[in-house]
Write a protein that binds this ligand. Structure first.
Ligand code: HSE
Length: 417
């Protein structure tokens, strides 16, 4: 089985490294011997591996048009030309293995239909949660169950940043700069910190677990860049942890898709997942609850999932991934959460009653109201019961108009129920 690799960056280099270091082991694991024939990149200088044993090309079309190559590994990243390379490979009757969550989240339905038409596989274990095997188990061992919810921490960069903010009481910009220095965050970190990367992965989890296409634009999406050391400090004081969580679940027959920071109690299983580690939790009617924890980012861990898919092809055990159908999504304003809302206010004893009246006017139940600080630092902290996003948004609009309000300092969701 001859393989062509397009993209020799962080993950591509990891694929080559595993091939070179574990060659005999890979041979023992596969029915059909796998040969990495061709590597393709515009610039091979960023790849630390010895590439002399491979055919080297700079145009991905040379890989796609090679009749000897039966499997194309796409690790270019970004939308184009990655989407074209995947589509043309499938049209040419080649299996495709990819880690490209953005292309799959946006075009997965068409590409999976193309794979099916051409009787080939489009496999993407490496696109979700790095080394954690979650796509293949959802399409094999867990198939007897109807999956009700999939959620977890699926972005290593933001989990690293939040872990550091908690441990060192640091602010977001300085930890982001550190993450960039250590090579965890991209020079343009917005895809990670604004939650898009998690959302793309969530779309793939939904497609895999529920066989539905969930358009990323319809999900509730909030990143971590607005979190302040004060929010983190308050969480620490209450034995809580803030995590960026991605969640897809059935709610009254509609699919609820959300990515946002969540305050969790320290004892929650997701609260202990730190640094670049990811966790994926699945709830199914037969299987019950399962959680995987592992390295969610990094070249070699992600490349190990690429090889899992290549070996599945070599062993003819690749999972079947039907083209997903359109999902009926729960609108954002109907989603329900408990909130912690921190308001900077004028330092006056009447303010807490005025604010509480507005909460009840918008059917946002107040479970706890605390007055903290004084003078310029006077704050009100409200902990609410479960409330609709739409009601919370209207409440915030009205709060913003109050003469006693200095600032809506933060609005965070509490718990995963
Ligand atoms: N930037 C991604 C992360 C890489 O941090 O999780 C792996 O998809």
């Amino acid at each position: 089985m001859k393989v062509g690799l397009i993209g020799t960056g962080t993950v591509g280099s990891g694929v080559i490294r595993i091939y070179q270091q574990n060659g005999e082991h890979l041979d023992r694991q596969s029915l059909e011997k796998v040969q990495l024939k061709t590597v393709c990149d515009l610039d091979f200088t960023r790849c630390p591996q010895d590439l002399s044993a491979f055919q080297r090309v700079s145009d991905w079309r040379d890989v796609v048009s090679d009749p000897e190559i039966g499997t194309v590994v796409e690790l270019i990243g970004g939308e184009e030309p990655a989407r074209s390379a995947i589509a043309q490979s499938l049209q040419a009757g080649k299996h495709v293995v990819t880690a490209n969550k953005m292309v799959l989240a946006r075009h997965g339905r068409d590409l999976l239909a193309l794979a099916s038409e051409n009787r080939v596989s489009l496999l993407f274990e490496a696109a979700v949660a790095g080394a954690i095997p979650v796509i293949a188990p959802l399409r094999s061992s867990l198939l007897p169950s109807r999956i009700q919810a999939v959620y977890g921490i699926v972005n290593g960069t933001t989990n690293f940043i939040l872990s550091r903010m908690h441990r060192f009481h640091a602010d977001f910009p300085s930890v982001l700069a550190e993450a960039q220095r250590l090579g965890y965050a991209e020079a343009d970190p917005s895809s990670d910190v604004d939650g898009y990367d998690s959302l793309y992965k969530l779309c793939l989890l939904a497609a895999t677990a529920f066989e539905v296409q969930a358009s990323p634009g319809k999900a509730l999406l909030e990143g971590i860049s607005a979190l302040s050391p004060r929010d983190i400090q308050q969480a620490i004081e209450r034995n809580e942890v803030i995590k960026l969580v991605a969640m897809a679940r059935w709610t009254g027959g509609r699919l609820e898709m959300r990515v946002h920071p969540v305050i969790l109690e320290e004892g929650h299983p997701l609260a202990t997942v730190s640094d670049v580690f990811n966790a994926v939790h699945v709830l199914g009617d037969g299987c019950g609850e399962l959680t995987w924890i592992g390295r969610g980012a990094g070249g070699v861990p992600t490349a190990s999932s690429v090889w899992a898919d290549i070996l599945a092809l070599a062993n003819r055990t690749a999972y079947r991934m039907p083209a997903p159908v359109a999902a009926d999504l729960l609108p954002k304003e109907e989603m329900v959460s408990s909130f912690r809302i921190r308001l900077c206010v004028q330092d006056h004893p009447d303010v807490i009653a005025s604010a509480s009246n507005l909460f009840s006017q918008y059917q946002v139940e107040v479970r706890e109201a605390v007055r903290a600080g004084s003078g310029e630092g006077a704050e009100l902290i409200f902990q609410t019961g479960p409330a609709r996003e739409g009601n919370k948004d209207r409440l915030l609009e009205t709060l913003a108009q109050q003469p006693w309000l200095r600032e809506i300092a933060s609005v965070l969701r509490v718990g995963l129920e």
